[in-house]
Design a protein around this ligand. Structure first.
Ligand code: FAD
Length: 156
């Protein structure tokens, strides 16, 4: 979704194929660190403000390290980030939903959920994918399947 949002800023016609549905609930990705926030700020202008408007997120200003018998040390990030939180913790599903709403604001970004991409191929002047026996062609393609390597292996 982040890639589609990034390309959305170009005005190109973007098609996003996802085998599951949005918003996804996953065990991973509840904590958004400084790199994630910086990346969100580089996407379309309404993306980062949309995160700030989300309810139920916890701001992160530091980390507490505990060690035996009962000592602790607090790493205060505020000297690096000022009063801005260095990150947020929120349910992945809420974050996913926020990105999905941002995508839907653009007519030239089409989202196809519940579509498993079976294969992907490059040609001299095009990129193609196969979904349920149908072939889709584009000038450019991005395979962003996370930990699922079956498609990325084809390009290794
Ligand atoms: C246990 C754990 C905890 C983590 N915690 C954090 C954290 O707190 N903070 C953090 O920033 N990062 C965390 N990460 C890392 C983070 O989850 C990943 O870096 C991030 O999700 C990667 O994003 P992605 O878009 O590349 O992949 P994903 O988020 O995995 O998205 C890939 C998408 O591709 C879809 N897909 C796969 N194959 C196909 C196919 N053939 N056809 C169609 N669709 C397909 C999948 O359904 C999925 O929706 C954690 C990772 C793990 C394993």
């Amino acid at each position: 979704m982040a890639c589609a949002l990034g390309l959305g800023g170009t005005g190109w016609h973007v098609a996003l194929f996802e085998k599951d549905s949005y918003p996804r609930d996953k065990t991973c990705g509840d904590a958004l660190g400084p790199d994630v926030l910086n990346m969100l700020k580089r996407l379309l202008p309404h993306v980062y403000p949309s995160l700030l408007q989300l309810d139920g997120k916890h701001s992160v200003y530091g980390k507490q390290l505990w060690y035996p018998p009962s000592h602790s040390f607090f790493f205060d990030f505020r000297d690096r980030f000022g009063n801005e939180p260095a990150g947020y913790v929120l349910p992945r599903k809420d974050f996913d939903g926020m990105l999905f709403r941002c995508l839907k604001a653009y007519d030239h970004i089409e989202v196809f959920t519940g579509r498993h991409v079976d294969s992907a191929d490059t040609h001299s002047d095009a990129f193609s994918i196969s979904v349920a026996g149908r072939t889709y062609n584009a000038r450019m393609g991005v395979v962003a399947t996370g930990a699922s390597f079956s498609l990325t292996r084809e390009f290794a």
